[in-house]
Design a protein around this ligand. Structure first.
Ligand SMILES: Cc1cc2nc3c(=O)[nH]c(=O)nc-3n(C[C@H](O)[C@H](O)[C@H](O)COP(=O)(O)OP(=O)(O)OC[C@H]3O[C@@H](n4cnc5c(N)ncnc54)[C@H](O)[C@@H]3O)c2cc1C
Length: 437
């Protein structure tokens, strides 16, 4: 494996891909993913991606985002996200992303807590459409090396400066890899939960490394629970029933068939009401009905949900489906500034791993793909313009060292790597403790 790159990007979801695509093609880039390249939460996004529809929508988009976030959002970050949204959408379209259209114009949908239709979508598989196209563009670039089944297990840092990472490759070998800049685009933390809509391998590894290396974190207890995932007794990732289903008019019912909440309230409020109702009724789930949705063929608008529900024995065109809240999204994360730079030199973070303050205490539906893309791009542009990144001398003398020698330079805990299973379990436990502190 090569020892040195200009930039290492940990993660191949939207944040990782968009960073890579905004770096110049004369930069040598390594991108790694813990499992298959297509197994990121970015591929799972169903509902869509927000965009500033027109100038008149600015105040309302801003207010919806702030209200959902309980006004704990960082105003500067919200402004950057909204103002950059149209440009990012145009770039996606130029990269080949196909959004649904109505009468030849982009079609907009609405989700909970949005006061207008401002969400672009591709059926109910928006994330797959966006991420597969970005990944395809990444694969076309000769300057980018992609490695699946390759896990970052640690970083090499000293004097609050990141010089690279330690990876475990598919055959179990450990390798130090150096870079002028490292980007953490490692996604969320669903893997530390019993019930989550996330891929189980997304275990907040960047958070654990932040705790180990004293990198600033923010709002680690801000975890979003999605109100509606398909109820199941199987031990597997929970299947999400997108907010846009309620946006299009689906109703929630208690065990007696009564509505008990305004389905369009923000996620945290709907989740709380569902939990209350389940407790009151002594049930393991509530019901969601697609039947009140008018003027739309739900099998066409939500083909993925229709198919999955049928597989599980429910026909959404005829009957209600059981739904239950599950861990879904992480608003907190590695603290970053508006250029996605962490508190450690030459270390960036973007996407769900990071916390730039856009979401405050609660994320507005369909803001996360947009936020990931906007701030991944900002990181790439910052890396390019950062004069200190042009100097790789800071670790030149370490390039030929063995792992044992590097362990002394970077204070690596090699003993802990001997049993990586217990190392990872310890990391997960550290995160759980931090969340519930
Ligand atoms: C079911 C579902 C539906 C959603 N729907 C929407 C929606 O409609 N609209 C919206 O805006 N958002 C939605 N979201 C949220 C959104 O998809 C995510 O927040 C976003 O895609 C995160 O992108 P990311 O690039 O930060 O991380 P991810 O796409 O999760 O990518 C993480 C990457 O990091 C890699 N990685 C992690 N740790 C390591 C490590 N130690 N070493 C190497 N690689 C590592 C993983 O392998 C993966 O490649 C949804 C999420 C889910 C789960």
């Amino acid at each position: 494996m090569k020892k040195q790159y200009d930039v290492i990007i940990v993660g191949c979801g939207v944040a990782g891909c968009f960073t890579a695509l905004h770096l110049p093609e004369d930069k040598e880039i390594l991108m790694i993913a813990k499992s298959e390249l297509e197994e990121s939460d970015s591929f799972l996004a169903q509902g869509g991606i927000c965009v500033l529809k027109d100038e008149q929508d600015y105040d309302s988009f801003y207010e919806d985002t702030m209200r959902a976030g309980h006004y704990e959002n960082k105003p500067e970050s919200v402004d950057i996200m909204i103002r950059s949204s149209r440009e990012v959408i145009n770039e996606l379209i130029a990269f080949g992303v196909d959004f649904n259209k109505k009468d030849g114009e982009l079609a907009y949908t609405k989700e909970g807590a949005h006061s207008t239709h401002r969400i672009l979508y591709h059926d109910d598989v928006t994330g797959r459409e966006i991420t597969s196209k970005l990944l395809a563009r990444v694969k076309e670039r000769n300057n980018i090396t992609l490695m699946a089944h390759t896990t970052m297990i640690d970083i090499m840092c000293r004097d609050n400066c990141c010089d690279g990472i330690i990876v475990q490759t598919e055959n179990g070998e450990l390798h130090p890899v150096f870079a002028q800049n490292v980007m953490w685009a490692c996604g969320g933390i669903g893997g530390v939960y019993e019930n989550s809509t996330n891929f189980p391998q997304l275990t907040g590894d960047a958070l654990a490394l932040s705790l180990r290396h004293k990198i600033e974190l923010e709002h680690v207890d801000y975890v979003q629970i999605h109100p509606t995932t398909l109820f199941s007794r199987k031990k597997e990732r929970r299947f999400l029933i997108s907010e846009s289903v309620r946006g299009e008019g689906a109703h929630l019912y208690d065990k007696n068939g009564n509505r008990f909440v305004n389905e369009l309230l923000p996620r945290d409020v709907v989740t709380k009401e569902i939990h209350k109702q389940m407790e009151k009724d002594g049930t393991e789930h509530v019901w969601l009905s697609f039947l009140p949705i008018e003027d739309i063929d739900v099998t066409v608008r939500f083909p993925n949900i229709y198919r999955k529900c049928l597989e599980e024995g429910y026909d959404i065109t005829k009957e209600w489906i059981p739904v239950v809240p599950a861990q879904h999204y992480f608003m907190g994360g590695v603290q970053v500034d508006s250029n996605s730079h962490t508190s450690m030199e030459h270390l960036y973070a973007a996407g769900e791993t990071s916390c730039n303050g856009v979401h405050g205490k609660n994320r507005l539906a369909s803001n996360s793909l947009l936020e990931s893309l906007v701030f991944a791009k900002k990181a790439a542009l910052h890396m390019v313009n950062d004069e200190t990144s042009k100097n790789a001398d800071r670790f030149a003398e370490n390039l030929d060292m063995s792992l044992q020698e590097l362990a002394l330079v970077y204070e690596l805990t090699l003993d802990e790597y001997k049993s990586l299973e217990s190392y990872h379990n310890k990391n997960k436990e550290m995160i759980r403790k931090e969340i519930y502190k």
